[in-house]
Write a protein that binds this ligand. Sequence first.
Ligand code: NAD
Ligand SMILES: NCCCC=O
Length: 427
Amino acid sequence: MSGMERCRVMLEAARIIREQREEIATMETINNGKSIFEARVDIDISWQCLEYYAGLAGSLAGEHIQLPGGSFGYTRREPLGVCVGIGAWNYPFQIACWKSGPALACGNAMVYKPSPFTPISVVRLAEIFTEAGVPKGLFNVVQGGAATGQLLCQHPDVAKISFTGSVPTGMKIMEMAAKGIKPVTLELGGKSPLIIFSDADLENAVKGALMANFLTQGEVCCNGTRVFVERKILDTFTKEVVKRTQKIKIGDPLLEDTRMGALINRPHLNRVQGFIKQAKEQGAEVLCGGDLYVPDDPKLKNGYYMRPCVLGNCKDDMTCVKEEIFGPVMAILPFDTEEEVLERANATKFGLAGGVFTRDIQKAHRVVAALKAGMCFINNYNVSPVELPFGGYKSSGFGRENGRAAIEYYSQLKTVCVEMGDVESAF
Ligand SMILES: NC(=O)c1ccc[n+]([C@@H]2O[C@H](COP(=O)([O-])OP(=O)(O)OC[C@H]3O[C@@H](n4cnc5c(N)ncnc54)[C@H](O)[C@@H]3O)[C@@H](O)[C@H]2O)c1
Ligand SMILES: NCCCC=O
């Protein structure tokens, strides 16, 4: 298909998703456990992603380059071939759109493997692509776990792998990709810093800290889980954050007023609680939450619910401050100077995201310029405009999703050199 034809099909897929927003959001809530309120936002970001790449599909182009003597060259932006997408369980539908959007826009095929914990909604995406006119076999879903993922990565017909998941799995994916000389995009974990200066708008900073920690039960790769607060406002800020965290409505994720649903599964819930136990043993203070939550509704009593947790008295060398917990656990850390906080914020193997709240515009830009992270926020956190590239530094991965940047990762350049004169042979 031409770029314009791909554009039309992708716009139709985006339209169907928009039309079926409620049904898909409900499916995603059942799939993952996140609140319906949030699932709707995920679905909106998903159709916006397809619309955005539909727009780019028709304008993909190479360059014309003039050479001496009337000769010239040109480049063609060509697809890679069959791309494999492997997704995590926290944003099942959205991750599949973030990968398939640029992949299909560039003229590739995709075989997508969702996490076995959230197998359902991406099947609906495949059906929607078919309804929209994507040719049979161009977007395929293969269900399975690690073994299936390995087979896909090692398959000789696969030209590219785009992976979203944990750092240990990312390393294995990269090893497999290296054996086949396949390009790879790695969207991995994080332990991102959020820096609150004393001149920040306190109301926005508190809201930002909650957004940075408690969406999708805290199971968000770019969460700002290390909240550095300038000592002057530590008490006021902490008190307000704790008060609002305690008010978060937990429970049946399909209810309209629920803002925190269930974690993904029992082992993960136990793991998150293990981090909190260890934090206490290492001297952190639980300022609120961290315990199991049992909803009144008897049919939910075995659900994987916990109260969102705020940890005080944290130190940089504690496990809860160093490791990705991937649950609703915020660590608050006081700081005194800009120089000190930057050094501490960057002292991590991860580099996915970072944020700063301040009214001082020069300070804001200076701080984000110094943060070693791929996605930085000034005076907000965890918003996901599809126009902006998203991806990590350091162990959080490489390659970018969203924005124009993703086109680079789903296409390759062919250079054509055209001679307009005679061949000047060396022989
Ligand atoms: N940077 C991002 O954009 C982003 C987004 C979402 C989640 N994440 C990260 O994902 C992690 C949580 O997700 P998870 O628990 O599903 O991660 P995971 O690494 O356990 O699994 C991710 C996917 O990889 C598959 N997989 C597992 N082992 C494999 C192997 N050896 N070969 C091929 N595929 C394999 C899984 O079946 C799943 O589909 C967190 O670390 C989180 O930060 C990152
Ligand atoms: N808003 C989506 C963020 C993806 C990371 O988990």
